[in-house]
Design a protein around this ligand. Structure first.
Ligand code: 8OZ
Length: 363
């Protein structure tokens, strides 16, 4: 017996936006921006257009500055050419009745000198290199040793977030998602494996929340709170990140986000793209301490999504890999149709193959 999926297709009011269903397209790095400018292009617009039946689309992570880039050919949101490119994507999504937020990204230490301004070192809260790989012009490479940010450099990054948020508005996005997950810059400040600072940005939980909340507050100066969400991954080991007591950081963080009225928290439950049960964490409790919507992510199947919504453990469900290989995932979930399997070899880089050529159901 297949379960009745109607709950997945009930509308949801996200702030001042009416979403047509509870299905979210998760942010997915695909490394197919225009070479040289990192601007989105017509092929990217076609890809997002194909997937616009999701209630909400979240763009692939998009660097707020060249310094914020960690992999080759990911799109930016800091140049005029990039804004123009995103306009094409947004127009294609809106034409198909979809809604799209942009995910604002700074990778921090997960980068390589070849991607950095003037071939310099990537930046991080503290000068410790991640045991992690990135993808550059020549293929996979170890990430480079970062330098520890000065207080002035931290302020400059907050200004870059503001400029990126303004660009996102000019491009016509419906909102922004702050990428605070997966071991990138904001997560590096939150967690004690990567934040060894002894100034106002490190040490106590209050200090570790300082930079993340400065970014949130700066973006709230540009966008109304009902158009700002954030992605979190309390226990993921992605990109060599860890914290000795995630609940001690994430409950106060989410309470602060709730006080500011952010529209959603988007939570990667467990290890990003991996086991959901890697470490215990009270996601239901986290949701209860937040006033806005809760988007659940990681390894959701049709059945688990339906069950989670029925048991009121989430408001929306974000699907990642299934959206790579099923442009019509929404229709397939409706019909309980089989899904195309995703092809890992074409996830990152390349052209239309493995990107816009996954088949939709006939009829
Ligand atoms: C896969 C490859 C490169 C980047 C993330 C932005 O994990 C990413 C990412 C995923 O959040």
């Amino acid at each position: 017996m297949t379960q009745d999926a109607s709950i997945l297709f009930s509308p949801f009011r996200l702030g001042d936006i009416e979403l047509k269903n509870r299905i979210v397209m998760a942010p997915l790095t695909r490394n197919r921006a225009t070479h040289g400018t990192d601007a989105p292009n017509d092929l990217n617009a076609e890809y997002y257009h194909q997937r616009a039946s999701a209630g909400l689309l979240i763009s692939e992570a998009s660097q707020i500055s060249q310094q914020g880039q960690g992999y080759i050919w990911t799109p930016g949101i800091y140049s005029q050419a990039q804004v123009e490119g995103w306009k094409k994507v947004i127009e294609a999504v809106h034409k198909a009745g979809g809604r799209i937020f942009i995910q604002l990204w700074h990778v921090g230490r997960i980068s390589h000198v070849s991607l950095q301004p003037h071939g310099g070192a990537p930046v991080a809260p503290s000068a410790t290199r991640a045991n992690s790989k990135t993808f550059i012009a020549g293929g996979f490479a170890d990430v480079s040793e970062p330098h520890a940010l000065t207080a002035d450099e931290i302020k400059a990054i907050v200004r870059d977030y503001v400029a990126a948020a303004e660009n996102a508005k000019k491009a016509g996005f419906d909102g922004v998602e702050i990428h605070a997950a997966n071991g990138y810059l904001i997560d590096q400040f939150l967690k004690d494996k990567t934040n060894h600072r002894t100034d106002a940005y490190g040490g106590s939980v209050e200090n570790r929340l300082r930079f993340p909340l400065e970014v949130v507050d700066a973006i709230l100066g540009v966008w109304p709170r009902e158009r700002v969400g954030i992605r979190l991954s309390p226990v993921t080991p992605a990109n060599d990140i860890a914290d000795s007591d995630p609940a001690k950081v994430f409950f106060p963080f989410v309470e602060q986000l709730s006080a500011r009225g952010l529209v959603y928290i988007h939570v990667i439950e467990g290890a990003t793209g991996g086991p959901r049960d890697i470490a215990p964490f009270d996601y239901v409790g986290l949701r209860k301490s937040f006033s806005g919507a809760y988007i659940a992510n990681n390894g959701y199947t049709r059945d688990l999504a339906i069950e989670t919504l029925r048991e009121n453990r989430a408001d929306l469900i974000a699907f990642g890999k299934p959206f790579i290989s099923n442009p019509d995932l929404v229709e397939r979930l409706r019909r309980a149709a089989p899904l195309n399997p995703p092809q890992q070899e074409t996830f990152y880089g390349g052209g239309a193959h493995g990107y816009t050529d996954y088949p939709a159901l006939a009829g």
